[in-house]
Design a protein around this ligand. Structure first.
Ligand code: PLP
Length: 372
């Protein structure tokens, strides 16, 4: 087939031809033209969250997790105590990296089929005044749950705790307004809802806490404070920048703005989500989550109950039709995931459903209906 495969995965994801073409040039890291691109990207990113007054944004080389790790290491003092609200795989990763950074870490457990609870957080913070910071994942990409950012931020503000938000899979698609929601750090990356290519993250840091961040990081490469100071002073990245990723992101952001910014992106992803879930329902598939807490970013489906189902074979059959599915990330039950994000629209989602239908036929499965 001529068309490139469509990635129905939560990053890397399908990018436009224009974004790919932006990478066909080499750039010097000292060059003023390249540094102007970095400055433009940073200023556009701040606008997405209306953070021009309250926050700065610090880009960092690496995948999204590098930036989460850097945010924790930079914002939390070494003697700090972090509470991680856990309703899925990315929360568990955040807790693990917090411990590995040498910060005291307490995990507050929630069901992976439910949102985290601001009320339970409030009680926990009242019980344990030694907690200094809270980490939450905005969209838990593990199951696809949208967590209540605004209410969690209100609890943290009321209790005087710092808040670090992993908004990796929500930034650019779901509304986040720094004028209304208080957070010390918010983390996202190039290769998710902005539809750039993977290779860099970025962290919004609240100006009011910036000075307190000096010297917190025990890692040189992950020190966002140092990266920020250096970038402000020189306009350059501290170490070799991911030049092609940066120019691709600048191009992807120009398309994002032309499309109508966050509201337009949310509208397209919501349409993708509805097209997917409606089409899959016709094939008998059932989503894992209650729709009221489902983000229109990635959908977890129960695996078909038919004994002929095997994820690898199912995946390969869908791939032969040009669609890349994603394995499930739940520990207890058999699931698979389908992303709704990337440079794709209704037609691609209809074709994806058709690819799933063909995959079922190939495996000799009559319906996607789960066993439960
Ligand atoms: C994608 C993602 C990350 C980062 O994952 P990487 O593999 O490091 O890019 C972190 N948190 C969430 C919620 C994500 O969706």
């Amino acid at each position: 087939m001529d068309r490139e495969r469509i990635l129905l995965t939560p990053g890397p994801l399908t990018t436009t031809l224009q974004t790919k073409l932006a990478m066909l040039r080499d750039w010097g890291s000292w060059d003023a033209d390249f540094n102007a691109v970095t400055a433009r990207v940073r200023s556009s990113l701040l606008k997405v969250i209306h953070g021009e007054q309250s926050h700065v944004v610090v880009p960092l080389q690496g995948s999204g997790t590098f930036s989460v790790e850097a945010a924790v290491a930079t914002v939390v003092p070494r003697e700090g105590h972090v509470l991680v609200m856990d309703n899925g795989a990315y929360c568990k990763r955040a807790a693990k990296l917090t411990s590995l950074m040498g910060r005291k870490c307490t995990v507050l457990d929630f069901d992976e089929a439910a949102q985290v609870s601001p009320q339970v957080l409030d009680q926990k913070l009242a019980q344990d005044p030694s907690i200094t910071h809270v980490v939450m994942i905005h969209c838990e990409t593990g199951a696809g749950v949208l967590n209540p950012l605004r209410d969690v931020a209100m609890v943290c503000e009321k209790r005087g705790k710092g808040l670090i938000v992993d908004a990796m899979s929500s930034f650019g698609a779901l509304p986040i307004d720094a004028r209304e929601v208080r957070f010390d750090a918010l983390v996202a990356a190039s290769g998710k809802c902005l539809e750039g290519v993977p290779g860099m993250g970025f962290v919004f840091l609240r100006k009011a806490i910036l000075d307190q961040c000096a010297g917190n990081s025990q890692s040189l490469a992950m020190d966002l404070y140092d990266q920020y100071q250096y970038m402000e002073k020189t306009t350059q990245w501290r170490f070799t920048p991911p030049t092609h990723v940066v120019v691709a992101l600048a191009e992807a952001i120009a398309q994002f703005e032309a499309e109508g910014g966050q509201p337009a992106r949310l509208a397209r992803y919501t349409d993708n989500y509805r097209t997917l879930v409606d089409g899959m329902a016709r094939l008998g598939f059932m989503p894992f989550l209650d729709p009221s807490i489902q983000a229109p970013i990635i959908v977890t489906f129960h695996a078909p109950g038919d004994s002929r189902y095997d994820f690898k074979a199912f995946y390969n059959a869908a791939k032969a039709s040009g669609f890349i599915l994603y394995p499930g990330k739940l520990t207890q039950i058999e699931t698979f995931r389908v992303g709704c994000i990337g440079a794709i629209g209704r037609v691609e989602m209809q074709q994806a459903v058709h690819a799933v239908e063909l995959a079922l036929q190939e495996l000799g499965i009559a319906s996607g209906e789960p066993a439960i």
